[in-house]
Ligand binder design. Structure first.
Ligand code: SF4
Length: 716
């Protein structure tokens, strides 16, 4: 059996997979030992990929639904005409901002590129956002503020080279298992490697921790402002680095001193033992090679961007960035969150890391595309977008490879919005989803193993996803469906792509074009980092043979493991920025009516709304149903018992789940996983309970902090 080298479609670790199809048609997978991110390992989800590629439940033909009737099968021509004419009608009547796209970190970079090109360059709207908004947009905003561009400076190898790894708001053991395994093996080989876990919950990741700080939810900025003040006072500042390569230190230190100058007060606010807090601060001060890994526990907050910058500030103060074994490290949730950002896959971005609100960037992109329009202002971010649909200002939406009725906060609002939307188009691999139930047009897409393209993982490593299975039914690649609609809208030029390598080539050339363009927004000292110029011009054969590589990619095709070794950042003056971060609590505090704080997240063996992992009995065996993990004291106060069902209610909605006492929850807190939905159990969408508060800078929702109450179900 020959194997196809491809990439896992789940988390942002981006593991290389070797896939084989046997004579009976069954798919078998193993880790790709040549892939630099996982070096041959796979976690339990990746190892079960072969169990998820059958055609049960697949959407295999275009479907149309009229006036509430059951959907009927349609030809591609009829379905594509319906989409193209519907979008054209709405734009003609109400303008381009009356249409919108809501896409996904599951899309391949080539898919992301063409749909952004259609929206921003041809339709003239930036109303295109992505479910990646929900997991890492605070990291994006923090990177841009600190570095001048959305960049993760380091690589996974740094975790093995570090003396201290700080895991902040990250249940790495379950959510990024291969990253966790790399740290665990490094610690096994070198027990002096210290691991600190900062998380309100005692998760599986704590098994590796030398120190666990169960901080009070939402108090991270106090903790890291306190660390900044401590490092300064205890002589850990790298004055030469700060003087030569940064700006804004004084203001950041003043903000930190005023919020968090007294460690005893910080410990009180964060709910930590002072001795533990000081132990962490001393570890950080002592270890030059420190990596601070952060994930959704940091990002998914109304102060998410400030949390990110408060962490980065500590690395700038100590000059710990750009060398092996050190740096701040955002690990993303989705397989192609990074690739989507490269091509401008968010409502406030343009392709090639350019910004919609900079006229010079708009000119560069429009000149390269030679497009009839270019959106002139940032579009609606995820939560705002569905609010605009409910208000009726957005009248047509195309949802690709995502399930917002399950995954967005205040998910019942999303239902109301879609129910009143004039035209809902859904492209998916699954026939029945909570979101698809509202679609007027359902378009069948290719799934993992059937589609071809590229993804980029958390360490900037670009890898190929390759097809090794035939296209089922009438399913088509997402990029092709977008091009088909664009051409039906009269946009032949710009969308005449025949294969993914042609799209990738255009994307790569645009990054190089940007870097050659006149820099009226930056002196020559500044740099623009995203560069795929070394991969421009790949023909089909070279694209097929592309091996994983970390961008920027030089003309000779070589990648770059680490950024900022020369301490030249992407801001106009080449200096990084400290950001003065002001600590603030989450927006909604618990009260008498809603006394507990709901935290949400992933479990080890499921992925998103379970449309794929839900097919595997092996994965389902880990945790078979939705649960609420709560402290026994709170369960007693709420009148619920372990093993019984409970109704969870907030000001936004309700759900039902089984009570458990996992032992890792602080009193006053509860945890519910994000995966279950109405396709698997009734009343099981935690999204309907979550508050729709967002970070004012990044637009990322506060998934980690919703006041709730819990009561017996059925209500006694
Ligand atoms: Fe897939 Fe993530 Fe597991 Fe790697 S760690 S196999 S990318 S789910």
């Amino acid at each position: 059996m020959s194997a196809t080298a491809t990439t896992c479609p789940y988390c942002g670790v981006g593991c290389g997979v070797l896939a084989h199809v046997d004579a009976s048609g069954a798919t078998h997978v193993e880790g790709d030992p040549q892939h630099g991110s996982n070096l041959g390992r796979l976690c339990v989800k990746g190892a079960a990929l072969g169990e998820t590629v059958d055609l049960r439940g697949r959407l295999l033909h275009p479907l149309l639904r009229e006036s509430g009737a059951l959907p009927r099968r349609a030809s591609w021509d009829e379905a594509l005409d319906r989409v193209a004419q519907g979008f054209r009608r709405v734009i003609d009547a109400h303008g381009p901002d009356a249409v919108a796209f809501y896409v996904s970190g599951q899309l391949l970079t080539e898919d992301y590129y063409v749909v952004n090109k259609l929206a921003k360059g041809w339709l003239g709207t930036a109303n295109i956002d992505t479910n990646s908004r929900l997991c890492m947009s605070s990291a994006v905003a923090g990177h841009k503020r600190a570095f001048g561009e959305d960049l993760v400076p380091g690589c996974y190898e740094d975790l093995e080279l570090a003396e201290l790894v700080v895991l902040i708001g990250s249940n790495t053991a379950w959510c990024h298992p291969i990253v966790y395994q790399r740290i665990a093996r490094a610690k096994e080989a070198r027990p002096s490697l210290q691991v600190v876990v900062i998380d309100p919950r005692h998760t599986a990741t704590c098994e590796l921790a030398d120190l666990h700080l169960p901080l009070k939810p939402g108090t991270d900025v106090w903790l890291f402002n306190g660390l900044l003040a401590f490092l300064f006072r205890h002589g850990a500042m790298h004055a030469g680095f700060v003087d030569k390569h940064t700006q804004g230190f004084e203001a950041a230190l003043a903000a930190a001193e005023s919020d968090a100058g007294d460690p005893a007060e910080v410990a009180r606010i964060c709910g930590l033992q002072l001795a533990d807090l000081l132990a962490f601060y001393r570890l950080f001060a002592r270890h030059e090679r420190t990596v601070s890994v952060f994930s959704q526990g940091v990002n998914q907050a109304s102060s998410g961007t400030d949390k990110v910058n408060s962490i980065i500030n500590c690395h700038l103060l100590t000059g710990r960035i750009g060398s092996p074994g050190m740096g701040p490290f955002s690990i993303t949730g989705q397989p192609n969150a990074m690739g989507g950002r490269e091509v401008g896959g968010m409502a406030n971005m343009l392709a090639a890391h350019m910004d919609l609100d900079r006229p010079v960037h708009r000119d560069i992109v429009q000149a390269f595309w030679q497009s009839p329009h270019i959106a002139t202002r940032p579009g609606l971010k995820a939560v705002e977008l569905f609010e605009a649909i409910e208000r009726g200002t957005v009248k047509a939406v195309w949802i690709m490879a995502t399930n917002p009725v399950v995954s967005l906060p205040d998910a019942d609002q999303v239902k109301r919005a879609l129910a009143r939307c004039e035209l809902v188009v859904s492209t998916d691999i699954v026939a029945q989803t909570d979101t698809g139930a509202f679609a007027h047009v359902l378009l069948p897409a290719l799934g993992w193993g059937e589609k071809d393209g590229t993804v980029t993982n958390s360490e900037r490593r670009l890898s190929r996803q390759r097809a090794f299975l035939p296209a089922p039914g009438e399913a088509r690649a997402d990029w092709r469906i977008v091009c088909d609609v664009a051409q039906r809208m009269g946009f032949d030029r710009g969308f005449a792509f025949g294969a993914p390598h042609e799209i990738f080539d255009e994307h790569a050339r645009l990054t190089a074009f940007r870097n050659r363009a006149p820099r009226d927004d930056a002196p020559m000292a500044a740099r623009r980092v995203l560069d795929l110029g070394g991969l421009a011009g790949l023909d089909r054969q070279a694209y097929d043979a592309l091996t994983p590589v970390q961008w920027p990619v030089c003309a000779a095709g070589e990648g770059t493991a680490r950024l900022f070794g020369d301490a030249r950042f992407a801001h106009a003056d080449g200096r990084a920025r400290f950001v003065a971060t002001v600590a603030r609590l989450p927006v909604h505090a618990p009260d008498r009516e809603y006394p507990l704080i709901l935290n949400t997240g992933r479990v080890r063996d499921q992925w998103h709304s379970m449309t794929r992992t839900g097919k595997s009995p092996r994965l389902g065996g880990h945790i078979p149903e939705p649960f609420i993990d709560m402290h026994p004291r709170d369960a007693l106060l709420c009148g619920v018992r372990e093993g019984e069902l409970a109704r969870i209610g907030s000001r936004w909605g309700t759900m039902v789940a089984r009570v458990q006492h996992g032992g890792g929850i602080l009193a006053g807190n509860a945890f519910v996983p994000i995966h279950w939905n109405d396709q698997f159990a009734s009343d099981a969408r935690v999204g309907s309970v979550v508050n729709p508060v967002v970070d004012p800078i990044s637009g990322e929702p506060e998934f980690k902090h919703t006041p709730i109450r819990v009561e017996p179900f059925p209500v006694r």
